[in-house]
Design a protein around this ligand. Structure first.
Ligand code: G1P
Length: 294
């Protein structure tokens, strides 16, 4: 029977150490990219793909995420009293985006361990995982939709990848794979954060996944890997090693690492240049800036 992807999991329990001190008391998923927190972009991406139910895996100090997607009664009242109807609608629409529930990862033991916290929520269905700090700007078809298309065809798990040149590859999970159609690969092996000299290819894993529920059995058998953490890449590798089909899509679009200071600045500039209200003024500012610093 063909199964539809209805559920999505958002791991958001990381410590955000690459973005300290901004992330000391507030999760990195709440960093604003122009005027929306990072996590809202990927929640909207998921909702746009027909996802009905979302689980956000939180850690300590994650109440800001819960508050953001909740109704803000006081704020809504004030906006209405002041006649700011449009603002009211905007604020209200965030709380109506999707059915969102939360669970806590009590210890930051790694991405595999975080995803494992979703096993009751997922029950017995295929599901999507989105890492909110990987912002994928894909004008034609969203990153998650590109994965769903492949899942629907092959009815097997799928991961997003992109080509990464040079030493930077060692910041990612990297796949070894055989191409089976344009932009689609069948995975033969994968490794989390390899040395540049040992990377099996230049196809780096990007934070979008579709898993079948059997992934949980493989996470249970996964030992600590890179960085002393339970890595999802290692659990996926176990699956592949046992002969289970696993596919990769080479995404169309641009990926920004918004959990990194420079990546975040670049994403901010790119998104501001596309923002309805800001684009013109911001472009003019950038032009004058260029004259000043060149
Ligand atoms: C995680 C994954 C890694 C993937 C990356 C994409 O790593 O473990 O395989 O390539 O996300 O952003 P992290 O960046 O959390 O260290």
């Amino acid at each position: 029977m063909r199964q539809k992807i209805r559920k999505a999991v958002f791991p958001a329990a990381g410590l955000g150490t690459r973005f300290l001190p901004a992330t000391k008391a507030s999760p990195k998923e709440m960093l604003p990219l122009v005027d929306k927190p990072l996590i809202q972009y990927s929640v909207e991406e998921a909702v746009g793909c027909g996802i009905e139910s979302i689980l956000i895996i939180t850690g300590r100090d994650k109440t800001a995420i819960e508050d953001h997607f909740d109704i803000s009664f006081e704020l809504e009242q004030v906006l209405l009293e002041r006649g700011k109807r449009e603002m009211f609608e905007l604020v209200r629409s965030v709380s109506e985006l999707a059915k969102i529930s939360y669970t806590r990862q009590k210890q930051a033991l790694g991405l595999g361990h975080a995803i494992y916290q979703a096993r009751d929520f997922v029950n017995n269905e295929p599901f999507a995982v989105l890492l909110a700090d990987d912002v994928v700007d894909a004008p034609e078809k969203s990153a998650l939709q590109q994965l769903i298309d492949v899942f629907e065809k092959y009815q097997s798990p799928v991961v997003a990848t992109m080509r990464v040149e040079g030493e930077a590859i060692s910041k990612f999970g990297v796949i070894d794979a055989e191409q089976i159609e344009p932009r689609v690969y069948r995975i033969k092996d994968m490794v989390e954060k390899p040395k540049y000299s040992e990377a099996p290819s230049d196809l780096a894993i990007v934070g979008r996944y579709i898993f079948t529920p059997d992934i949980f059995q493989f996470i249970e058998r996964t030992e600590k890997g890179a960085g002393g953490e339970i890595q999802i890449t290692d659990a996926m590798r176990l699956m592949v090693k046992e002969g289970k089909p696993f596919y990769a899509v080479e995404l169309q679009g641009t990926r920004h690492d918004a959990g990194d200071k420079l990546g975040f600045l670049i994403a901010t500039v790119e998104y501001a240049l596309k923002h309805e209200e800001l684009a013109n003024d911001f472009k003019n500012y950038l032009k004058s800036l260029y004259e000043r610093i060149r």
